[in-house]
Design a protein around this ligand. Structure first.
Ligand SMILES: [Zn+2]
Length: 215
């Protein structure tokens, strides 16, 4: 599937493009498309007024771009909730389905879906679901790698990436788990947490994509 305009806006958002400049290289890496396709799309998005660009620094979403990305992510996350709650999917299986559904859902369908689900505020991965015309603004959370030993935390959100989710399922970590940091390996080593008297080892890479609330 070739990523379209909306996918690019979504990726810029996910890479942090409301707070910092995102360069083409990061987008190439994330979408697995050629550098030429990315720069072509960036010129298009710039012309249509969704992004701002600074030479040698990269692009940033402006208000119009963020509004568009918010609408798409709203659809994506509502479908994820539906699939988990009603069709028995687990949180590592819903991403691909939601990627397709988000592009074919009208505003009316999305609003009815939201009503049907009793207006959920977060997706199965802990991401915020904006209301109709709402803007995405994820609360700032620390990651697992920023914690100190013996700190107790609740897992609030994880990056919505298939490989990461498969990994978390395999080691038994999920949203709303409460755990205590047992040890932190030196030089980006793995983090060991204790959950329900069981020790679980989490790689540094995964732990940097796990957002927690200190409790
Ligand atoms: Zn999600």
């Amino acid at each position: 599937m070739t990523p379209n305009k909306e996918d690019y806006l979504k990726i810029i958002y996910e890479l942090g493009g409301t707070e910092k400049k995102i360069n083409n290289k990061e987008i190439v890496k994330r979408l697995g498309v050629s550098a030429a396709s990315v720069s072509e799309m960036m010129s298009k998005l710039l012309k249509e007024g969704y992004i701002e660009r600074l030479p040698y620094q990269g692009v940033e979403l402006n208000e119009k771009g963020l509004r568009k990305a918010s609408t798409l992510i709203r659809k994506h996350r509502l479908w994820e909730v539906f699939l988990v709650e009603n069709l028995g999917y687990s949180w590592n299986e819903v991403h691909a389905e939601a990627e397709v559904l988000e592009h074919v859902s009208s505003i009316e369908l999305t609003n009815r879906l939201e009503n049907y689900l009793n207006s959920p505020k977060i997706c199965p991965h802990g991401g915020m679901i904006p209301g109709e015309n709402g803007m995405l603004k994820e609360p700032l959370l620390e990651t697992l790698v920023e914690q100190k030993e013996n700190q107790k935390v609740r897992i609030k959100r994880v990056a919505d990436e298939k490989d990461l989710l498969d990994y978390l399922v395999s080691i038994g970590i999920k949203i709303n788990d409460v755990c205590t940091i047992d040890s932190i390996g030196a030089y980006e080593g793995s983090i060991v947490v204790e959950k329900e008297q069981k020790k679980i080892q989490i790689s540094f890479k995964a732990a940097s994509d796990i957002y927690v609330q200190v409790i």
